[in-house]
Design a protein around this ligand. Structure first.
Ligand SMILES: CCC/C=C/C(=O)SCCNC(=O)CCNC(=O)[C@H](O)C(C)(C)COP(=O)([O-])OP(=O)([O-])OC[C@H]1O[C@@H](n2cnc3c(N)ncnc32)[C@H](O)[C@@H]1OP(=O)([O-])[O-]
Length: 719
């Protein structure tokens, strides 16, 4: 809808009305079309101001309508009618002008923005391009490099940056609608032709080819295999080389290919799944909208290793005062230096003062007596964590929340040593914690609704995507990761090389192959976990370690590497070779190739040729298969939650939606059939055996994801 009013005698005020973000639904487009025609016809009206209800200009096209058949007036002719009109139209941009919203504003003759407004063309993040003339008008206004940057990244910019780029004409700290009305009154009678962006020639950079080549390299590096950024760059190129009307045709053709693509469906699915993840619920009826989070003003962080440092930085940046605790002077000093350095670098980048006063460093747990919440980030050892939690019980005030950053230990067991199990919850951050977007919130069986609500809300305040998960070994993310990693190791035994596996996974779209990730994280982490799980011990023959342990196939390769001191990047050697300890550039290592050959020879394994298809299917389908088991066990509330864990925490390519979405897109029957095939070949790998839920869903003719839960016969759901 759009409301029409006349103000100051000669200004038509058209207000977009479609909460929560005034998206351009069919009804809104119809409303704008009619209101603009009315204003142009009304002889009392000399100029028009377009604004949005509730202080929000427009969040763009209505994404919910993309899955439906198109209805109502299309955007392109509607914006053209505004631009071609004989009365000046001014956009009053409050809070946001995104996607179609900014394209609408670019069709207006003038733009006024509130100082706090954000502008952008984020269509690329939804697998699309700005196809309401945005790829043609913006380059004519800002020039090619700036337009390419905005359109291929989809980044939001501030009103001040928009002013610098010439996207808006004025920025106001006051009321943007009033400022737009003033501007409209002042421009009545001025020629409009120079204000019509489609009339402009596109300013061209000296080295046009070079600019495009560089952008294509960048977009391919950022999202390998993603179609939309490449299409965006092509559309901008059309603005450089073709007249406006032909550029628009090119924009439309490119959009047609993207609009129906699987990638666009996956990215739009991610948009809604990310928002759905915040709407948690527990079996006891507690939900995101009926449980009040506690206010958190002060927090304690215990342990200043890699994780604790990142967590402390996140908290301080969110305006929370932190007390950081270490056990020894040396660790405290290096932690202090690292945290301060991170805060200072971040502040420098943003041109502000580093909030160093918000964090204190101490060796005394007693300093935690007044904090609202504590996040424990000590070494991954149950006995150690239990002793910390027991002490926290004694030190902290009785209503302080106690959170653990464990990556897989039993949160309820930790809660049991405290005087307050309902106030204990898991907050699993991902390294580096101040960068990675995922937060797994582990709801222990005794965590209270208020505790879960506080952890979920705190995650959001820290800029994370918080996903509520159940309390099982490895929770959701690491439980699945273990099996994915196992497949990768088995593939090495069978004949693949680390670089071959990584290349196949990177071609699939993963930011980094699994062996590069393992080197980055440190191979000793998994080694310690396997030792703690009893998989490595004195009964394992060091010369000829068994390939079967605890009743299933086991790959000793990573253990053998660790025994050689190859711990990954930190030791300069892991699955790859690095220039030095801590080096970043991974190079294939001939020593690994001979090591694998010797290993196969020793165990009588004849190497076979492994295809890219097998690498991807075994790694990716085993992830989804475990995802189905997680749903059956009631450890995740919905497939969307599992997907968001993988997209935000494990470098899963967003344009493939997530492992569960991908399985649905490939076809559940195909996934089942391929898993059966691989399981027949490897009967000693139980995780290749298709899960009961997958079989049941295929038996029910693969219903849509929203209906999967109806096929779960779980009795003990934790979510
Ligand atoms: C020819 C076509 C060319 C044009 C293409 C486009 O314009 S493509 C579009 C280009 N535009 C974009 O890509 C912008 C996408 N939107 C955003 O980036 C953010 O939502 C925000 C910055 C606008 C507000 O952030 P925030 O943290 O304040 O709030 P929040 O994120 O939690 O959202 C609140 C509620 O609003 C909902 N909703 C939001 N936008 C849309 C929409 N366009 N549509 C429908 N719904 C939308 C959202 O689902 C949620 O609903 P729920 O869960 O309450 O039922």
């Amino acid at each position: 809808m759009a409301q029409y009013a006349r103000t100051k005698g000669s200004i038509a005020l058209i207000t977009l009305t479609n909460p929560p973000v005034n998206a351009l639904s069919a009804a809104v487009r119809k409303g704008i079309t009619e209101a603009v025609a009315r204003a142009f016809k009304d002889t009392r009206v000399k100029a028009v101001v377009l604004c949005g209800e509730n202080g929000k200009f427009c969040g763009g096209a209505d994404i919910r309508e993309f899955a439906k058949a198109m209805s109502g007036p299309p955007l392109v002719p509607m914006i053209h009618a505004i631009e071609a009109g004989e009365k000046p139209v001014v956009a009053a941009i409050e809070e946001m002008a995104l996607g179609g919203g900014l394209e609408l504003a670019l069709g207006c003759h003038y733009r006024v923005a509130h100082a706090k407004a954000r502008l952008g063309l984020p269509e690329v993040t939804l697998g699309l391009l700005p196809a309401a003339g945005g790829t043609q008008r913006l380059p004519r206004l800002t020039g090619i490099p700036a337009a390419l940057d905005l359109i291929t990244t989809g980044r939001h910019i501030s009103a001040q940056e928009a002013l610098k780029l010439g996207i808006v004409d004025r920025v106001t700290e006051g009321n943007a609608v009033e400022a737009a009305v003033e501007l409209a009154l002042s421009v009545v009678g001025r020629p409009l032709a120079p204000r019509r962006l489609s009339n402009h020639a596109t300013p061209l950079p000296a080295d046009l080819d070079g600019v495009f080549e560089e952008v294509l390299v960048q977009v391919k590096r950022r999202a390998r295999g993603a179609m939309a950024p490449v299409a965006c760059a092509k559309a901008v190129r059309a603005a450089a080389e073709l007249p406006y009307s032909r550029g628009l045709e090119c924009e439309r053709e490119l959009m047609n290919t993207l609009f129906t693509s699987g990638q666009a469906r996956a990215l739009q699915y991610c948009f809604f799944a990310q928002r759905a993840a915040g709407k948690w619920s527990l079996p006891n009826g507690a939900r995101w909208d009926n449980s009040r989070p506690r206010a958190v003003h002060t927090a304690g962080v215990i342990g200043l290793g890699t994780m604790g440092r990142g967590i402390a930085v996140c908290l301080v940046k969110a305006g929370i005062s932190v007390v950081a605790v270490e056990t020894e002077e040396k660790q405290l000093d290096s932690g202090r230096r690292a945290v301060r350095g991170m805060l200072e670098r971040d502040a420098k980048r943003r041109g502000v003062t580093a909030p160093l006063h918000m964090i204190t460093f101490t060796l005394s747990m007693q300093q935690l007596r007044d904090v609202d919440l504590v996040i424990e980030a000590v070494f991954e050892d149950m006995a150690l964590k239990k002793s910390v939690f027991a002490e926290l019980s004694r030190v902290c005030r009785p209503n302080a929340l106690l959170c653990t950053n464990t990556s897989g230990l039993d949160v309820d067991e930790l809660a049991s040593v405290t005087d307050r199990p309902p106030l204990v919850v898991g907050m699993h951050f991902f390294a580096p914690a101040h960068v990675m977007k995922l937060l797994e919130v582990i709801c222990g069986p005794r965590s209270s609704p208020e505790t879960v609500a506080t952890a979920m809300t705190l995650g959001k305040r820290l800029g994370k995507v918080s996903v509520a998960v159940g309390n099982c070994p490895g929770f959701v993310g690491n439980r699945m990761l273990k099996l994915y990693l196992d497949q990768a190791h088995f593939l090495l035994e069978e004949g693949a090389s680390p670089e071959q596996v990584d290349q196949a996974l990177e071609e699939f779209g993963f930011a980094l192959g699994i062996f590069k990730v393992a080197d980055l994280s440190g191979l000793d982490i998994g080694w310690r976990v396997r030792k703690a799980a009893g998989l490595i011990g004195p009964d394992v023959d060091p010369k000829f370690p068994s390939r079967h342990r605890q009743g299933r196939r086991y790959c000793p390769l990573p253990d053998l590497l660790c025994e050689q001191g190859r711990l990954g990047q930190k030791s300069g050697r892991g699955w790859y070779l690095y220039d030095s300890a801590g080096g970043k550039e991974a190079r294939p290592d001939p020593a690994i190739s001979s090591f694998l050959q010797e290993y196969r020879l020793r165990y009588g394994i004849s190497a076979r040729r492994i295809t890219e298809q097998e690498v991807v299917e075994r790694c990716v389908f085993v992830l989804a298969n475990e995802g189905f088991r997680i749903l059956e066990d009631g450890m995740a509330a919905a497939p969307e939650d599992i997907d968001m864990v993988y997209v935000f925490g494990y470098g899963w390519p967003r344009h493939r939606g997530g492992p569960m979405f991908h399985a649905a897109q490939v076809g559940l029957a195909t996934v089942l059939q391929r898993l059966e095939f691989y399981h027949r070949q490897n009967p000693d790998i139980p995780h290749l055996q298709p899960s009961t839920l997958l079989r049941r869903l295929v038996g029910a003719r693969s219903p849509p994801m929203q209906q999967w839960k109806q096929h779960i016969r779980s009795i003990n759901s934790q979510l």
